[in-house]
Design a protein around this ligand. Structure first.
Ligand SMILES: Nc1ncnc2c1ncn2[C@@H]1O[C@H](COP(=O)(O)OP(=O)(O)OP(=O)(O)O)[C@@H](O)[C@H]1O
Length: 282
């Protein structure tokens, strides 16, 4: 199995924010969701991968290659879907494709036209006239038409309606049927990741909280709920994000067995979803 993305001990310091020694990897053939609340460092990380920003320390490899030394050949194999569209806004879909497509070694205009048809885009329409959803579709069509092996997307579903979000997830699902491809995308809409991500990396305040397979994440954590009497006798060292009110407490833990053996039916154990994990881990 080959590693498609290897982020190794990357740090980047801004005046009021730092990414601190972040590391994670993604293997070929998988979808990784990158979650974190506003300002947690998702876009900064993606810009570092794309060499739009330079790290203060650490290294990044894409397709096993140093991302700076091999920038041109790496970008030839990446489809980058970004909020600030880097295409020509005043030109039509087709003009953009005709100008920018041939810059990629594996550009295939026929494939592009098929996607344009499938996504019900009008090739004559200017980009500035497209809705956000249509622009995202255009960017996906473009990326897939130069046979990108790796799609990197920054908040591709932000601001999109639920119908398009579902359609977008179907498109990603289709893309992944070809198992030489990988997808890395950031989102704070965790339900999207619940549907399609194989792996999830959670960043908070510039630090990676976890980077794990979805299965391991869901198996590892449990939400505990109980009354305040029980809380007095609980070892709180193993509780994450403890929240207490006059009626009781809630917290996350990775020590499911310890708590269920010790307190039995007097505590409630619930499986968390990604949103719960983000909430308690903050
Ligand atoms: N060029 C820069 N100079 C200074 N600070 C910056 C710069 N770029 C980003 N930041 C700061 O870094 C922090 C992380 O920003 P980033 O855009 O990476 O977060 P994010 O997780 O993508 O957030 P969101 O979900 O809101 O898009 C923010 O506090 C932001 O103000």
């Amino acid at each position: 199995m080959s590693t498609i993305l290897n982020i190794n001990n990357i740090s980047k310091h801004f005046k009021d924010f730092s990414l601190n020694n972040i590391s994670f990897t993604l293997d070929r053939g998988y979808v990784m969701g990158f979650i974190g609340s506003n300002g947690s460092g998702k876009t900064t990380t993606i810009k570092l991968i794309m060499n739009l920003l330079s790290a203060d320390s650490g290294s990044i490899e894409v397709f096993g290659l140093d991302h700076k030394k091999n920038e041109k050949s790496i970008k030839d194999r990446i489809g980058f879907i970004y909020d600030e569209c880097y295409f020509f806004e005043h030109l039509s879909i087709m003009d953009n494709a005709n100008i920018l497509g041939p810059l990629y070694s594996q550009w295939d205009k026929e494939v592009f036209l098929n996607y344009v048809k499938r996504f019900e885009l009008n090739p004559k329409q200017k980009l500035k006239k497209l809705s956000k959803g249509m622009k995202t579709k255009f960017q996906i069509a473009f990326a897939l038409s130069h046979n990108a092996e790796f799609l990197i997307m920054d908040e591709p579903t932000a601001g999109l309606d639920p119908v398009f979000r579902r359609e977008f997830l179907d498109i990603i699902y289709d893309v992944m049927q070809d198992d030489h491809r990988s997808v890395f995308f950031s989102s704070h809409i965790t339900s999207d990741l619940d549907r399609i991500a194989d792996f999830v990396t959670f960043i908070d305040k510039g630090k990676i909280i976890f980077s794990q397979s979805m299965e391991v994440v869901k198996e590892s954590y449990i939400i505990l709920k109980g009354n305040n009497e029980i809380l007095k006798s609980i070892n709180k060292d193993h509780l994450i994000g403890l929240r207490q009110s006059s009626v009781g407490f809630e917290a996350l833990t990775t020590d499911k067995n310890y708590y269920s053996n010790k307190f039995g039916d007097s505590i409630v154990l619930e499986k968390p979803n990604l949103e719960d994990l983000m909430f308690y881990s903050k």
